[in-house]
Design a protein around this ligand. Structure first.
Ligand code: ADP
Ligand code: ASP
Ligand code: MG
Length: 814
């Protein structure tokens, strides 16, 4: 005898029912088959909705009914297109009964649990009827038996408790005489000992099948659903989840109790008692292996087998000094909740006995508060304990696995991963069996928590980085190209999966949680939302993804002012914008502190020398205990370009114009020529070298004239440059006479920092610096004579993008 159960999606359309029939037909070749079916997918919810509307005197219950009726008629006529008059008549009659019931609920506006069970029973009665009639019509040896005549419960409506003695007798008696090859049984529905219609609880068709399978002691129970087994996490929330091949009964029970809806939790117990393995299979992909649940869950020694979650729970906390050392408080608390039929999902108690904290379904919270406060009224009035405290909008995430007890450090890893991603843990519980470790977190963090834990425990090998880019201009485009080009290399070699999830320019912003398609990212801006800094921030926060990285490619102070908020949300910041690091020391050091506190890297290698590894080199020197005695550098590609091209033949004005035209200067060339940009870079290096310094502490020996410096606009500035040509020619002539090159040099020596134009003699490492190159010389205790030199292109979109990219990868490797 085979027992197979098919869920709502499996019987949700004529096409899927045809799949089911094919499967049954195959099984029936070998042995008799019992097939338990759910209601057509979504119908139980619709029945409930119609009932609730009717109860609320909302006439829309009628259109809800019409949808239900229409759905069944259309499935039936697709399955049996002709010669179906009698079957259609019976269907219409049953639907008419349903309509009467709904009209009744409307009239008395009452939907008691008892009526609700009667109402919901229609779902399985209708589906089983249609399926059985179709099979008969196709000549199969098939009969429908109403499970209400087999399964007996107490009168606990909406979730009847099975009376196993009479149920088992009914089932064995019936099937010992049954002669049909295939029996269709409606799942979920039952009758009470006094003959009223009851149900086994939402999702209860799985349970029906387990009850029948264990009564008949069959070899295996098969649960056919819309996914290929019990997954490592809910596949709807965690894309990378994979089916678990083998589970023990206990593991399956823990996972389903903690929210893995694919198997209704009570299903496991009867199977376990009768030692019947449960195989979960996918009706839509019948060749997939599925999950086998049996006494042995052994499979490749993984400690954590799955992660599940329950949303919408509340925590209630009973606390007070009066509880310490006095027995009986917990007993009274549990008794009170039991009397209210409130199920306790999780318990934690501080070892001080000063408080006890319980997780319950949030729908029960009002009843719980009322009952508990009344039980402890006397102690509350004496201030021995406090009125119970309630916290809502919470979820439980649980790691499950038989072998967790043999592995150290699992809870440590769990809490570390959650903490790293800024997921606050409200309470924790670990079963004494150590088969389950649960954490209570905010509802809003569930998806992130599941993905984070899944990555930590099942995908140790790849780490997903979620990148958000603000300022998609020249450099941004290059960065996107580089990320796209390197994506598979990084995934393969470094096990880093870089996804750009959000990007914005000054006008528009685009997001895609699964990663923006980089093949045609630019086109997506056409349909995108208007961008705003706050809107971008809000969206990043709302997406709440693990390993989020905010990349700032603007030169905008308002963007820099948001780093504080990003870091506080444990979102890493990568910036080529140097405003933040060159602002007040207080701000700089605050960002560094936040980065440490919230475990969110703050990297800005491209602030100095674009892609050149200058800051990273300095950081490594300092971290490894070397002492930097001096830094000398040429840090302005623009000034380098200007002084490499300016001569007695090319006047200064035109040279600067050309530098601007070729993109070597800021839009306002005064920022470069005044030396302020170089001063900012030196400031950042000094700070990274551990010095407390402000921009005012840097001596800026400008080579510009007073008129140049006091110009009020860019145009005005250019005019003053022409007027000062003689001054610039003098600088040139003097250098020429001394056989020197003019370079704008930044120096940090003996705690003093200065920038200014210098005549560099032949033979000096700076003398031959070409084009827009930068150079930095570190003299340190370990490099006393020959300095450590970093040299190369210090500006340009390509190299800046690769510097940003290197920072992103550094975060991934972290
Ligand atoms: P059926 O109607 O076949 O009984 P259900 O909807 O009750 O199907 O259960 C299947 C669904 O359970 C899946 O579609 C999936 O969304 C959900 N689910 C939640 N957690 C898990 C998990 N760990 N593994 C597989 N499915 C899960
Ligand atoms: N139809 C019922 C429900 O949706 C039972 C089931 O599908 O298992 O809850
Ligand atoms: Mg189900």
């Amino acid at each position: 005898m085979n027992v197979l159960k098919f869920g709502g999606t499996s019987v949700g359309s004529a096409k899927n029912i045809n799949n089911v029939i094919t499967i049954l037909d195959n099984y029936a070749k070998d042995d008799a088959v019992i097939c338990v079916v759910s209601a057509v997918g979504g119908i139980t919810d619709k029945l409930l909705k119609a009932g609730e509307l009717a109860q609320e005197k909302d006439e829309n219950y009628s259109s809800e009914f019409d949808t239900i009726a229409q759905k069944h008629h259309s499935i039936l006529s697709e399955l049996i297109p002709t010669g179906n008059e009698k079957i259609v008549a019976h269907l219409t009659e049953t639907l008419q009964e349903l309509k009467h019931l709904l009209d009744g609920i409307f009239l008395i506006n009452e939907l008691s649990p008892k009526t609700s069970d009667k109402l919901l029973s229609f779902g399985e009665l209708l589906s089983s009827f249609i399926i059985a009639e179709t099979m008969k019509k196709r000549g199969m040896d098939c009969l429908r038996k109403n499970s209400q005549e087999l399964i007996v419960t107490n009168s606990n409506f909406t979730k009847g408790e099975v009376v196993f003695d009479s149920t088992n007798t009914n089932i064995t008696n019936y099937f010992s005489k049954a002669t049909q090859r295939i029996t269709i049984l409606p799942g979920f529905i039952s009758k009470s000992t006094s003959g009223e219609q009851t149900t086994l609880g939402r999702g209860g068709s799985d349970f029906t099948a387990a009850i029948v399978a264990s009564a008949l002691k069959v070899n295996q129970l098969e649960v056919w659903t819309d996914v290929s087994g019990m997954f490592t996490a809910n596949p709807k929330l965690v894309k990378q989840a994979i089916p678990i091949k083998k589970l023990s009964y206990q593991e399956a029970m823990e996972l389903s109790h903690f929210g893995a809806k694919v198997l209704y939790a009570p299903t496991v117990q009867p199977a376990l008692d009768a030692e019947i393995p449960i195989l979960i299979k996918n009706t839509l992909k019948p060749n997939d292996e599925g999950t086998l649940i049996s006494t042995s869950g052994e499979e490749n020694g993984l400690a954590v087998k799955g992660i599940s979650h329950i949303s919408n729970i509340s925590l209630i906390t009973l606390q007070g000094s009066g509880m310490v050392g006095i027995p009986g408080f917990s007993k009274r608390l549990f008794e009170t909740l039991a009397n209210e039929k409130i199920n306790i999902i999780l318990i934690t108690q501080a070892s001080s006995e000063h408080s006890i904290c319980l997780g319950i379904d949030e729908n029960n919270v009002d009843a719980a508060k009322l009952a508990v406060d009344s039980t402890f009224e006397y102690e509350i009035s004496l201030h021995k304990i406090d009125p119970i405290i309630i916290e809502n909008d919470l979820s439980i995430v649980a790691l499950v696995g038989d072998n967790m007890k043999n592995h150290q450090g699992i809870s440590g890893k769990m809490f570390r991963s959650l903490g790293k991603n800024n997921i606050n843990i409200r309470a924790i519980a670990q079963g004494a069996s150590e088969r389950n470790i649960s954490a209570v977190i905010a509802n809003k963090d569930v998806k992130k928590a599941l993905n984070t834990l899944h990555e930590s425990f099942f995908e140790v090998k790849t780490k997903r980085l979620n990148v958000f880019i603000t300022g998609v201009g020249n450099v941004g485009e290059k960065l996107i190209d580089q990320i796209q080009q390197q994506h598979s290399f990084l995934k393969k070699k470094l096990k880093i999966d870089v996804k750009i999830v959000g990007m914005a320019n000054s006008r528009k912003m685009v997001f895609n949680e699964d990663g923006i398609d980089l093949d045609n990212w630019a086109a997506q801006f056409h349909y995108a939302d208007k961008s705003s800094l706050r809107g971008f921030f809000d969206k990043v926060i709302a997406l709440n993804l693990r390993n989020s990285i905010f990349v700032d490619i603007t030169a905008d102070e308002a963007v820099a002012n948001l780093y504080d908020e990003y870091l506080r949300q444990s979102i890493a910041v990568v910036a080529c914008n140097k405003i933040a690091c060159a602002s007040s020391y207080k701000n700089y050091i605050n960002l560094k502190r936040l980065s440490l506190k919230y475990n969110a890297p703050f990297l800005f290698e491209t602030n100095v020398g674009a892609g050149l590894p200058i800051i990273n080199t300095l950081n490594n020197l300092v971290a490894s205990g070397d002492k930097v005695t001096s830094i000398e550098a040429v840090l302005s590609g623009s000034l380098n370009f200007v002084f490499n091209n300016f001569s007695n033949k090319n006047n200064f004005h035109d040279t600067v114009k050309r530098a601007q035209f070729e993109g070597y200067t800021e839009p306002d060339p005064r920022i470069d020529l005044s030396g302020i940009d170089v001063a900012r870079k030196l400031l950042i290096l000094a700070r990274e070298n551990g010095m407390v310094m402000e921009i005012e502490d840097i001596e800026n020996n400008s080579f510009l004239t007073k008129d140049n410096l006091e110009s009020n606009s860019v145009d005005d500035f250019y005019d003053t440059l022409s007027a000062s040509e003689a001054h610039f020619q003098n600088l040139y002539a003097s250098a020429k006479k001394n056989n020197c090159q003019l370079k704008y040099v930044a120096e940090l020596k003996k705690g003093k920092a200065k920038v200014g134009l210098k005549e560099i003699p032949k033979g000096h490492p700076f003398y031959n610096l070409e084009g827009k190159d930068n150079i930095v010389m570190f003299h340190t205790e370990r490099y006393p004579e020959q300095p450590l030199i970093v040299k190369g292109a210090g500006a340009g979109a390509d190299v800046t993008a690769s510097g940003l990219f290197a920072d992103i990868i550094r975060i991934g490797n972290n």
